[in-house]
Design a protein. Structure first.
Lengths: 440, 578
């Protein structure tokens, strides 16, 4: 019994202590890794003594759910994440609070993309571009050249060495895919995405799985957001990172949550994160993100990419309205035809590569025709560009409230995509094998 | 025993005998209230939400939606697949080892005991990271295989990785149960069979294995339940198409209202209960009891030189593979860079410095939560054991039954149940949400680890003859004094074993922790390790924190063992419980 008393007493003391501190605590919901949050936490606590920063780390979508479900009396103060979509969702549900906390030294645009939310709900805090990261030891051991463009990844040599995460599970991958689609156009873009998908060793479920796999040599090449590559390199891993020419640079944002418990503290933190001192923290090798404040680059180590210098030329003017309008279609199409049909797609791609290698340098019109058919079957998007712009088709996907009929329509459509893709891939593999057999 | 428990539960209300004291009844009521609030209600809430149609009625439509999603169907079958294969591989490892130790004169007993304790001190998800580096596509083993023989073995591809890690981690459950079962077989059974002409494989298949069956099934069921429940390993290996990760992802990303997550939870509970029931059913359905006891199990034989080589070879191989994750984590915690190479390039102590600078709080949190949980566990378990074996308080067996059920409730499910049951409830005077505080984590650990502590305390009290208490009472000691001065000291060994096993297993628990931790300041080490493993620069510190967790648990075990000394066979108790 005495033990229980002791336990209860100590619990009461801890609770009391927590209560006493409740007023001076800043709560941040974020999808960023501990390497980043720990640095900011320590810096901010040092700058404003007596204040405790509490970090709630969750995935982007889990963070949204958390902010939404937190009771009004104890809303967290700050939302801090990469994907602009997440902030749009929160703003549209009135979960973000407008305030004027802009740092005037931050330019209005990066390329053609506004760094800060035009409506003032959230602010760009760092910039992120998408690119290719590879393990130099892996490529050397497999005698592979380093890739430069997305298009390089469709080459037969890279078959089975590439990794990408599913856009439905990772906001950053969704932006990468959307960038390719906007840069190359719907049909050509999907063709490229499908061909890259056919060369992958794995479609991972989380965005971090890709850089993690490249770091430890499970995968040769990964499609990643820049700081994954840059920070891994700075941490000493034998990896390199490059921005392909079709890339978009978009801001990672920070925003004040509506009805925040400690709104004033929250504003202070945002101001700190946007100030020169706060921006400099991004240059920490473990973080390696691109500051939004151009002056910060003066103290960057040599070779640090600077998006304001004009060296990285984002060819794509990222259109976030277009991205948002077809968000669910792109994700679902990717899942049904690539993620869930990975085995069949890889088999078809392998057969096509093999047949192409055998046909190389030989003249066999019929075999070439079969191979072209196989390519057509395997690498054409199931949804046409026209359909992808159809309003009715898009609303079917974007509706959040789904009645039984809509749900049935939707699952029916997905099942159709999935089975069609499977059929196409199997057929494509057959055709490719036939073509290969002809030139034996 | 279970049917008895159930019957007494049902009959509890009817049969009100007055042969118990009020204080005993009060203790029973207190424990029952605790179990109802923190085990039964949350689980029933989860089940209710899975069947609720939102208007107060009951519906099966959520189950329909669940199985109409191909992802969920795939997750369901994958979970079964991983569970069954993990049991199969674990069996393949454990059965020969158990047979060697029991059947032959053999100096490997200490090794086998070591194997039994290893999985308890490191969570499988930590080992999974190291396993990637050792057995993965470009891990040490495959790099060497590729260099020497030009081929690779896909140990860690897809679900293989999960199965491999889980089987290696949990096979001791089968091993330990099987060793106990084999030791209980009467050697005359074997001799009779031999006299009738059976030998070799036939003897093993027809006589020895059936007699050891109950022990094996108990172990296998436990492995299945553990694997089904494990959330950390699939997440670290990036395999989310399994039930536990799906339930976790649905609830955390779509929201606490999403019925699909609850359906996944209910299916997990059903599968675990089924496994538990199956293990009891096999034990009950057939009577394997042997007449004579007291014989030291099967007759031991000498190994022939060839057999000796085979047996030691197998043990060496198993030991090497089982130790691989531990060794791998140690290397990772000391490595500067380890990428696409057999061993790390260079070594450093920097990661330990990082952990001590950034996360000392997490170490403290683990001590606090697990300390509270293990203390409560031992107190409650001791009380239940006493009520069961020394009193006639009605419903005492029901308490035992309820606690045992906790064994089959996956951590993810209990976590979801807590979030749902206690949502919106504030802790008085602070305005802090109960679901956002660490109190639920500690209480959750308490409930989840109670079965271990209970078995340990029951075993200890069973071995204590009641005449000792009667002697004390004859000398005029009141009940309370008897318990405190006679029973508790004599049970110290069993209680300590219960404390240690509760503490150890709570310290490495992640499934529920991941659901309930809301802020980094309140996070225990297991969560911290998981968090570190989410970034490139965090792998070293994550591994370092893992090694610290192993050390704390190991040192704690050793110290408490020394403290009680030879008075109790703590290690033996722990292994039997495991």
């Amino acid at each position: 019994m005495r033990v229980i008393q002791a336990v209860l007493a100590s619990a009461a003391i801890v609770l009391g202590a927590a209560a006493a501190q409740a007023q001076q605590q800043l709560t941040i919901v974020t999808s960023f890794p501990k390497d980043l949050t720990e640095v900011y936490k320590r810096a901010f606590e040092a700058k404003t003594p007596g204040i405790k920063v509490e970090i709630l780390s969750r995935g982007t979508s889990a963070s949204i759910a958390y902010v939404r479900e937190a009771p009004a009396a104890s809303k967290p103060d700050i939302f801090w994440a990469s994907a602009p979509d997440a902030f749009e969702v929160l703003a549209s549900e009135n979960l973000l609070q407008k305030f004027d906390g802009k740092n005037p030294a931050v330019p209005a645009l990066i390329g053609s993309y506004p760094i800060n939310d035009p409506e003032g709900f959230y602010y760009g805090q760092a910039l992120a571009g998408y690119g290719l990261m590879w393990n130099t030891r892996y490529l050397k051991a497999n005698r592979l050249p380093a890739p430069k463009e997305w298009g390089d990844l469709v080459k037969p040599a890279y078959h089975g060495h590439v990794a990408i995460s599913a856009p439905s599970r990772s906001g950053t991958t969704h932006l990468t895919i959307e960038t390719i689609l906007q840069g190359e156009g719907w049909s050509k873009g999907w063709q490229q995405v499908l061909m890259i998908g056919g060369n992958t060793a794995a479609i991972t479920e989380r965005s971090f799985s890709v850089p993690d796999g490249v770091n430890n040599g499970q995968f040769g090449i990964g499609l990643v957001i820049d700081f994954f590559g840059l920070s891994a390199k700075a941490s000493g891993f034998p990896v390199e990172f490059v921005y392909p020419s079709v890339t978009a640079i978009v801001p990672a944002n920070i925003g004040l949550i509506a009805n925040a418990k400690n709104a004033e503290l929250g504003k202070k933190f945002i101001a700190f994160a946007l100030s020169e001192a706060g921006q400099k923290l991004l240059l920490d090798p473990k973080i390696s993100r691109l500051p939004v404040l151009p002056a910060t680059y003066a103290s960057a180590p040599p070779g640090y990419p600077n998006p304001f210098s004009g060296k990285i030329k984002p060819k794509v003017k990222f259109n976030s309205d277009l991205s948002r309008s077809r968000y669910y279609v792109v994700n679902s199409l990717f899942d049904q035809t690539i993620t869930f049909r990975h085995r069949e797609l890889v088999a078809a791609t392998k057969a096509i590569h093999d047949a192409a290698a055998r046909l190389a340098g030989r003249k066999n019109a019929q075999a070439a025709k079969l191979l072209a058919e196989a390519r057509e079957l395997a690498f054409s998007p199931i949804v046409s560009e026209q359909k992808s712009k159809d309003k009715e088709f898009l609303t079917l996907f974007s509706q959040t409230k789904r009645d039984a009929l809509k749900t049935k329509q939707l699952t029916g459509l997905e099942e159709y995509w999935s089975s069609t893709a499977r059929k196409n891939y199997v057929k494509a593999a057959e055709l490719a094998n036939q073509a290969a057999a002809m030139v034996k | 025993m279970k049917s008895l428990a159930l019957r007494s539960w049902l009959a509890a209300g009817v049969r009100a005998r007055a042969d118990y004291t009020w204080s005993q009844a009060a203790v029973a009521v207190l424990i029952a209230a605790f179990l109802i609030v923190f085990l039964i209600v949350p689980v029933i809430t989860v089940v209710y939400v899975a069947f609720a149609d939102g208007a107060g009625g009951v519906t099966l439509s959520h189950f329909g939606s669940f199985f109409s999603l191909s992802l969920m169907r795939e997750s369901f079958w994958s979970s079964i697949y991983v569970g069954v294969w993990s049991v199969a591989i674990a069996t393949l490892i454990a059965v020969p080892l158990a047979y060697f130790t029991v059947r032959f004169e053999f100096r490997g007993a200490l090794l086998i005991q070591t194997l039994g304790i290893l999985p308890l001190i490191m969570p499988p998800f930590v080992g999974a990271v190291a396993m990637q580096l050792i057995f993965g596509r470009s891990g040490a083993v495959n790099l060497l295989l590729d260099e020497w023989f030009g081929f690779k073995i896909p140990f860690m591809e897809g679900l293989n990785g999960v199965i491999f890690v889980e089987a290696l981690h949990y096979f001791p459950f089968i091993l330990m149960n099987l060793v106990v079962a084999l030791n209980n077989i009467d050697s005359s059974m074997e001799e009779s069979a031999q006299n009738l002409g059976a030998s070799g494989i036939r003897l093993f298949r027809r006589i020895v294995f059936p007699l050891a069956m109950p022990g094996y099934v108990a172990g296998a069921a436990l492995v299945f339940i553990k694997v089904f429940d494990d959330l950390g390993t699939p997440l670290v290996l990036h395999q989310t198409n399994l039930l536990a990760p799906q339930a976790y992802l649905r609830i955390t990303s779509i929201g606490i209202e999403d019925p699909i997550g609850y359906v996944a939870s209910v299916i997990m509970v059903i599968a675990s209960l089924f496994a538990l029931w199956l293990s009891m059913w096999t034990m009950r359905g057939k009577d394997y009891a042997t007449l004579q006891r007291g014989y030291a199990g099967l007759a031991k034989r000498r190994l022939s030189p060839g057999q000796t080589v085979l047996a030691y070879g197998w043990i060496a191989l198993v030991l090497a593979v089982v130790l691989a994750p531990h060794l791998g984590i140690l290397l990772l915690s000391l490595a500067k860079v380890w990428s696409f190479s057999v061993l790390p390039d260079a070594y450093t102590l920097e990661h330990y410095a990082t952990v001590f600078r950034d996360s000392p709080r997490m170490i403290g949190n683990t001590m606090l939560y697990c300390g509270i949980a293990a203390t409560l566990d031992v107190v409650i378990a001791m009380a239940i054991a006493y009520l069961m074996l020394r009193t006639r308080v009605p419903g005492r067996n029901a308490l035992d039954f309820t606690v045992t059920i906790a064994l089959a409730i996956p951590g993810v499910v209990l976590g979801i149940g807590y979030l749902r049951t206690f949502r919106g409830i504030e802790i008085p005077f602070t305005g802090e949400l109960l679901t956002a505080s660490w109190i639920l984590i500690a209480l959750g650990y308490t409930v989840r680890r109670l079965p271990y502590a209970l078995r340990s305390c029951v075993a200890a009290l069973q071995q204590l003859h009641v005449s000792l208490e009667e002697a004390a009472e004859n000398l005029g000691a009141p009940k309370r004094r008897t318990i405190l001065r006679v029973v508790v000291p004599l049970m110290a060994g069993g209680m300590l074993a219960g404390f240690i096993i509760s503490f150890m297993t709570a310290a490495v628990e992640l499934s529920m922790t991941l659901m309930l931790v809301s802020s980094q300041n309140d996070a225990p080490m297991s969560y911290g390790i998981y968090l570190y493993l989410q970034s490139a620069a965090g792998r070293g510190p994550g591994a370092a924190l893992g090694i610290l967790a192993v050390l704390i648990v190991a040192v704690g075990t050793y110290l408490s063992h020394r403290l009680v000394g030879s008075r109790a066979n703590t290690a033996g108790d722990i292994q039997r419980m495991a």
